[in-house]
Design a protein around this ligand. Structure first.
Ligand SMILES: NC(=O)c1ccc[n+]([C@@H]2O[C@H](COP(=O)([O-])OP(=O)(O)OC[C@H]3O[C@@H](n4cnc5c(N)ncnc54)[C@H](OP(=O)(O)O)[C@@H]3O)[C@@H](O)[C@H]2O)c1
Length: 407
């Protein structure tokens, strides 16, 4: 017999084969009996057909979206006749939005990486479907569009990024006038203790060795440049409707304190937990309630742990200031900075450019955007629509692919 008060919700997981996606499914498998999820939709690019096939066999989602048409056959070959019969496949450019519409979820977890996450976030919010948002690029690229969709409809946006989940919990119901400052913590990434002169020559294998978190490749590289934290500042600006002057970043190597709020009277609030993404994922799934299950218990006295907070060394992280400045300028600048960084990271991981070239590439693409007619004669920044930001994103990607390191 089912316990009384069980909540059964229909869940769609975008980016189900990635770091956030697989951890979301781990949380679903282990939730306490008060919460029950039916996985009705899964989406991935198609690079990991074995993993996606396993998920389809286990959860029987009904609808599956794939970005790459050439990956469909490889996926279908791995499925049992029963799973094949029970699954409808969507492929191509609009597949993610179609999945959100067709699978009729109550909650979408967006664990996609990159600007591709924006359209399905908007599609869900506009249909009144709640979104658990890990894909920070949705707010970086389309912050004003996401805000407008939230204001028009009844859907909720629950952050999954650990810092934003922490701040979301600390700020619950607190009027903005009481909040003096919101502080995001940063581990400092894999190179935080390297001598400054060695950093520009760091190799992918050095940068991908994150000290505290296990994550996908883009965010791990972005943690070493601190572009990730700059994107998170922009994300926090739109999520909590706070001006940049009231947002700050500190380096906190232990990744135990995820967010801090300074109140007007000088009191501080902090959120602590083990660095384990399943904790904010579980909170987003059960919000506004909390699961009783402790995923990664934090032992306050077991292992003595000194919590350190250091100011951010700008010289160590030159890309950070560039991306925050793009956020402050608004309009399509954050979309341009994000696209330039996405391409820079891909090119660095393919060993086409050096680690030290990442900020150079971002700076060059932002400067080119500023001088291009696109920036000056276009639509006013606060009136940009989806097509405007996607056009800026495409333009910046093309530019970033052509950029050559100084010889
Ligand atoms: N990982 C973390 O711990 C963490 C923490 C905080 C925030 N975030 C944020 O969460 C987001 C996801 O990060 P991640 O680390 O989970 O990335 P990831 O491991 O690289 O996973 C990305 C997922 O998106 C899918 N995907 C990529 N392009 C797609 C497309 N065009 N259409 C459909 N699916 C596509 C991938 O499918 P394939 O497997 O087929 O390529 C994969 O399932 C990012 O915005 C990141 O900043 C992550």
């Amino acid at each position: 017999m089912k316990p009384t008060g069980v909540k059964r919700r229909r869940l769609c997981v975008l980016g189900s084969t990635g770091s956030i996606g697989t951890q979301t499914l781990d949380v679903v498998r282990a939730l306490d009996a008060r919460f029950e999820f039916e996985v009705v939709g899964l989406a991935a690019s198609g690079r990991r057909p074995d993993e996606l096939a396993r998920q389809i066999e286990e959860f029987r989602p009904g609808w599956v979206a794939l970005a790459r048409p050439d990956a469909l056959q490889a996926l279908q070959e791995r499925l049992s006749p029963n799973a094949l019969k029970a699954t409808r496949f969507l492929v191509g450019d609009d597949a993610l939005e179609q999945l959100v519409a067709e699978s009729e979820p109550d909650l979408v977890v967006n664990g996609l990486v990159g600007a591709v996450g924006l359209r399905p976030t908007l599609a869900a919010l506009e249909r009144g479907i709640d979104v658990g948002l890990a894909n920070k690029e949705s707010l970086v690229v389309g912050g004003p569009l996401v805000r407008r969709a939230l204001e028009r409809g009844s859907a909720k946006l629950i952050p999954i990024d650990s810092e934003h989940s922490a701040l979301f919990q600390l700020l619950q119901g607190r009027p903005s006038v009481e909040v003096a400052r919101v502080v995001l913590t940063a581990s400092g990434g894999a190179l935080r203790d390297w001598p400054l002169e060695r950093i520009p020559k760091a190799r992918p294998e050095d940068v991908l060795r994150h000290p505290t978190w296990r994550m996908g490749p883009r965010i791990t590289v972005d943690s070493a440049t601190l572009v990730n934290k700059a994107l998170e500042m922009i994300e926090a600006h739109w999520l909590f409707e706070l001006p940049y002057e009231r947002l700050d970043v500190v380096i906190h190597p232990q990744s135990v304190v995820h967010g801090l709020v300074e109140l007007g009277d000088g009191s501080w609030l902090a959120h602590l937990s083990e660095p384990d993404m399943r904790i904010p994922i579980q909170y987003a799934l059960t919000y506004p309630e909390r699961a009783a299950r402790r995923l990664a218990p934090f032992d306050l006295t077991g292992t003595p742990i000194a919590l350190e907070f250091r100011p951010l060394e700008r010289a160590r992280y030159p890309a950070f200031g560039l991306v925050v400045e793009a956020g402050r300028r608004g309009g399509a600048y954050p979309a341009v900075a994000n696209a330039a960084d996405e391409v820079a990271v891909e090119r660095f991981l393919r060993r086409e450019i050096a680690f030290g070239d990442i900020p150079r590439l971002i700076e060059a693409v932002l400067a080119a955007y500023e001088s291009a007619s696109l920036a000056s004669s276009g639509t006013p920044p606060d009136q940009l629509d989806l097509e405007d930001v996607l056009e800026a994103d495409r333009w910046a990607r093309a530019r970033a692919r052509l950029w050559k390191p100084p010889s």
